[in-house]
Design a protein around this ligand. Structure first.
Ligand SMILES: [Zn+2]
Length: 61
């Protein structure tokens, strides 16, 4: 399970998402950046910044 917490990129934002597929976490995160943070153009640096903050979330560690 992959997890992304927006607060790790945008201080103060409580939004987070989890999905089995990293690609889906990335898709949702990019959508969130557009809709909530007004990032109309998602640059490669932004994508990399998100990707580097996607973490493994263990349900049953
Ligand atoms: Zn956010």
């Amino acid at each position: 399970m992959k997890e992304f917490q927006c607060g790790s990129l945008v201080p103060g934002c409580q939004w987070q998402t989890r999905h089995a597929e990293e690609a889906e976490v990335m898709r949702r995160a990019v959508e969130h950046m557009r809709e909530t943070h007004g990032e109309t153009v998602i640059r490669e640096t932004m994508v990399e910044a998100i990707r580097s903050r996607v973490t493994n979330h263990r349900e049953n560690a």
